[in-house]
Structures are given as C-alpha cells and as structure tokens.
Ligand binder design. Sequence first.
Ligand code: FE
Ligand code: FE
Length: 167
Amino acid sequence: MAQAQGKQTVIEWLNRGRARELTAILTYMAQHYELEDTDVGKLADAVKEVAIQEMKHAEDFAERILYLGGEPTSQPDAGIKKGMSIPEMLEADVALERQAVAMYNQAAQACEDAGDHTTAELFIRILAEEEGHVDLFGNIGDHLARHGEAYLATLIGGSADEGASAE
Ligand code: FE
Ligand code: FE
C-alpha cells in the first residue's frame, strides 16, 4: 500500500516536471520565432537549441510516467509571455530555469524518499542540464548588460538567415 502511494507521488512529480518542460518548450519556441523575425539569428538559434533539449526532457519524463503506469500530462503549467525586449526575455528565461532547478532538486529528494532511485537519478541528470541553461541565459544577459549594442551586433545573423533571403 505504502509502495503504491510512493509510486503515485513519483508520478505526480514527473508530471509536474513535464508541465514545466512544456512551458519552457512553448516559451523558447515563441522566443525563437520572435528573435528570428527581428534578425537576431544567432540568439534565435541558441534559444531553439534549448527548446529542443526541453523537448527531450518532456519526453524523458513521459516515458518514465508511462513505465510507472501513469498518464503524461499535455498541459503546460504557465502562460507564455510575448513581446518582451531581449534583456527582459533573458531575465524571464533565467527565472524559468531557476524554478526548474529548485523543482527538480525537490523532486529528486521526494523520489529518493519514496525509494525510487531511478526516477531520482532522472531528475538529477535533467537538473544538471537546467543548471547549464541558467548559465547560458545568464551569461548572454550579462554580456548584453555590459556591452550593450556592441554585443547585440554579434548575435545578428546566423543560420536563421537562410530562410530570409526571399524578403
Ligand atoms: Fe528542461
Ligand atoms: Fe531548461
């Protein structure tokens, strides 16, 4: 009985994580399009790359949920903000990633307490990648705050230009 309850708790944490990932995916996809639209192609590519990593996280959580006999959620846990300036965008992204880090730390501990080391390890692995995302967005934001327009100019162009040649 206690074991079934522990499994339910683990599935709930996995679905909380999955909902967080879905929010991140939708956020970064929206930003990717906005950045590409304003020709900040290199930053757009970096954001797109993170969106793809979040998709993998969402799938990793779903696979584990299915393995445990649960049903993966398809609902993000927050709305998507659009039309932000680049510094605002990066600040929001760092906040989103920090929330994920806090949540997955808690989740890893809860899964450990429930005796599910495999799920705890999954959260720990993904947690490390979210810490990488905090650093990535944080560093770009820092460079931008320090060097302003000069740094922004280095983020223009990139592979996103390929599709824009018809304009
Ligand atoms: Fe993620
Ligand atoms: Fe992330």
